[in-house]
Design a protein around this ligand. Structure first.
Ligand SMILES: O=C[C@H](O)[C@H](O)COP(=O)(O)O
Ligand SMILES: C=C(OP(=O)(O)O)C(=O)O
Length: 354
């Protein structure tokens, strides 16, 4: 699919003229601001048709257009080739995910009480977390399992965030609740089970909050990237991808962490890629090695479940690590990243699309 990247010193009237001309002929275009640049894709442009050829000539001759890229079957607005460089996604006044810094997101799987959340936030913040996770609305396999504290949980997240300064990542499961969740959370999480709930993706994007998009456990990399494209095409470029394991024949771990997808997506997409080792393996003893693997594979950060007393956890206790273990994990991974230095696989626009 054809996508045009416009220069940072955008000549918006040129952009608008181009888009208006194209739309006047009954065609669609989708625009997304990525860093300092604007990407516009033209899904109806058939490069081989005479009309397509004429439009491409105009695009290439337009001063405001930096480059015109064919994303070759990959979703265009998320493509690294189109953006030209990886994007860093701001999630608060003083933290961006991506851009070379490693991000730690930690906290309980589910918000269970004020005390539990406040203690977890204090503990993970002291040990290096930049964002607090915690589910208020829990997507559970069984209707009889703990479903989360709902609005009460959201309120607790808001209070703890205000007290600690930690931005909050929490899941939204219902399109009608996207705005309510966005009043509290700096990052809306779309869980694996909803990765292809397109109405939910659209509502989450329209809140303008950053969106952390888990990979569906039955989704291919291309399906996952197309879900991200729904967010981008709705005009929200603050998208974080999160690999959390896929379902395979292997059942000795909860899911199978697809580490190759991490390195691959860093080559295909300009969006930051995170890894959730907790949900991937479902076992606290494998969280540290998988987090290390994620860091080496080029991930921009890791999200982990942390609980003070996993034996009493109301959700996913088997995969939660303690705050002390989290601290050790942050230290070890920090040393690992340092030792890798510039050898850590980074997004390389020259490899995009291979
Ligand atoms: O965050 C946790 C999810 O809600 C959980 O992994 C769902 O799984 P389960 O309901 O099968 O336990
Ligand atoms: C439900 C969660 O994860 P996933 O959607 O990856 O299962 C979660 O992180 O709380």
């Amino acid at each position: 699919m054809i996508v045009a990247r416009f220069r940072p010193d955008v000549l918006t009237d040129e952009q608008s003229r181009l888009v208006a001309g194209w739309r006047h002929r009954g065609h669609r275009s989708f625009r997304c601001r990525v860093g300092h640049r604007t990407l516009i894709t033209f899904p109806d442009l058939a490069a081989a048709s005479p009309e397509g050829q004429r439009f491409l000539t105009v695009l290439r001759a337009t001063r405001a257009v930096e480059t015109v890229v064919d994303s070759a079957g990959s979703p265009p607005l998320g493509s690294l080739a189109a953006a030209g460089e990886p994007t860093a996604v701001p999630v608060s006044d003083d933290w961006s995910v991506g851009g070379g810094r490693f991000t730690w997101i930690a906290g309980p799987c589910a918000v269970e009480s004020e005390d539990q959340l406040a203690l977890a936030a204090k503990e993970v913040r002291a040990r290096g977390a930049q964002l607090l996770r915690g589910g208020a609305f829990k997507p559970r396999t069984s209707p009889y399992s703990f479903q989360g504290l709902g609005r009460d949980g959201l309120r607790m997240l808001g209070e703890v965030s205000a007290a600690t300064g930690l931005p909050v990542v929490t899941e939204v499961v219902d399109p009608a609740q996207a705005e309510t969740v966005a009043e509290v959370a700096q990052v809306l999480q779309i869980g694996a089970r909803n990765a292809q709930n397109f109405a939910l993706l659209r509502e989450a994007a329209l809140t303008g909050r950053a969106v952390l998009l888990k990979r569906g456990f039955g989704c291919t990399v291309q399906e996952w990237l197309h879900s991200a494209e729904y967010l981008l095409a709705a005009g929200n470029s603050r998208v974080l991808l999160c690999e959390r394991g896929v379902r395979t024949f292997e059942n000795s771990t909860r899911f199978t962490l697809d580490i190759s997808a991490v390195s691959l997506v860093k080559r295909l997409s300009h969006l930051p890629v995170l890894v959730d080792p907790s949900h991937a393996c479902g076992r606290s003893d494998l969280v540290a090695p998988l987090a290390a693997a994620a860091a080496v594979a080029g991930a921009d950060g890791v999200m982990v479940d942390v609980h003070q007393d996993a034996s009493t956890a109301l959700c996913d206790g088997e995969q939660a690590i303690t705050a002390e273990e989290f601290g050790a994990l942050v230290d070890r991974t920090g040393r690992l990243l340092h030792s890798l230095g510039p050898d850590r696989p980074a997004a390389d626009p020259a490899m995009a699309g291979r």
